[in-house]
Design a protein around this ligand. Structure first.
Ligand SMILES: [Zn+2]
Length: 277
């Protein structure tokens, strides 16, 4: 009886594990974008397409220094299968704050980086960019971008059809790190009449941890576009090594945590990073 019972329990436990949703943390906030709206669009868009419960922490701080107290804690990502960085925080440079963010990923938590995350945490070193896998410093005007999925074969883009965005920002590519693999290209008409073609989505091997990043996603209309959300969701699942039919189905549980942090000065945490030497 004993071995049978043991197998029975093992079977039940494995079955539950396979059905359990992944847990994602979506961190949003900072300059230049409608994060109050985009945080909800991303959460709902991901949960509608993948068996992932998305917790959200969104800052109301619209400056280039949105502060997330959790990043003071080295264990900030504990319990999550993946973190989605959607911050716009160019002027946060303090250590060990930034080091704590990347260390969680160095220690094995996959990451997906969206749009202005690429322009965040400009510490003057490669700490953030080597985690991202690509360094970008800016973009030109807002014009439609032709998205080309055919440049590289990758599970994330398999079956996705090329499309053209509405007016969007084509981020430049200052440096592509050796650990990165470009998988999507974007072309945009420039003011001089020529077309620029840059990497707009890629993967990175960050000390053995998978990350996926896309520079697309300035406008709410892009973030809510099915074609954009399908790319994001496939990137999230791939980063967790769960890009398969078991997880490519809607999450049916309750919404997780949704925490809105006050804007700078509105709460007790008025520029607490200033206290650091
Ligand atoms: Zn933008």
């Amino acid at each position: 009886m004993r071995p049978t019972l043991a197998l029975l329990f093992l079977g039940v436990s494995l079955s539950n594990a396979a059905d359990a949703p992944l847990r994602a943390l979506l961190v949003c906030g900072g300059c230049c974008h409608d994060y109050a709206k985009q945080s909800v669009l991303l959460r709902d868009g991901i949960q509608a397409r993948a068996n992932i419960q998305v917790d959200v922490v969104v800052s109301s701080d619209g400056s280039t220094k949105p502060y997330f107290p959790m990043y003071e804690n080295k264990d900030w990502a504990k319990g999550y299968d993946v973190v989605i960085h959607d911050e716009c925080a160019a002027d946060i440079k303090e250590m060990p704050y930034v080091q704590n963010i990347v260390d969680a990923h160095k220690n094995g938590v996959p990451a997906v980086n969206v749009h202005c995350a690429m322009h965040s945490y400009r510490t003057g070193t490669d700490v953030w960019f080597s985690f991202i896998g690509l360094q970008s410093s800016g973009h030109g005007w807002k014009k439609p971008i032709d998205i080309d999925f055919s440049a590289a074969e990758h599970p994330i883009t398999k079956g996705l059809a090329n499309w053209t965005t509405i007016d969007e920002e084509l981020y430049n590519n200052l440096k592509v790190f050796d650990t990165a693999k470009p998988i999507v290209m974007g072309s945009q008409l420039q003011q001089k009449g020529n077309k620029d073609t840059n990497v707009v989505a890629w993967t990175n091997d960050y000390h053995g941890t998978r990350t996926f990043s896309t520079t697309l996603g300035h406008q709410n209309e892009t973030v809510s576009d099915d074609r954009y959300l399908n790319l994001i969701v496939r990137g999230v699942l791939w980063s967790c090594d769960k890009l398969n039919p078991t997880y490519l189905k809607a999450y049916s549980g309750p919404n997780g945590k949704f925490e809105t942090l006050p804007a700078k000065g509105a709460g007790a945490a008025a520029d607490p990073l200033k206290k650091k030497p």
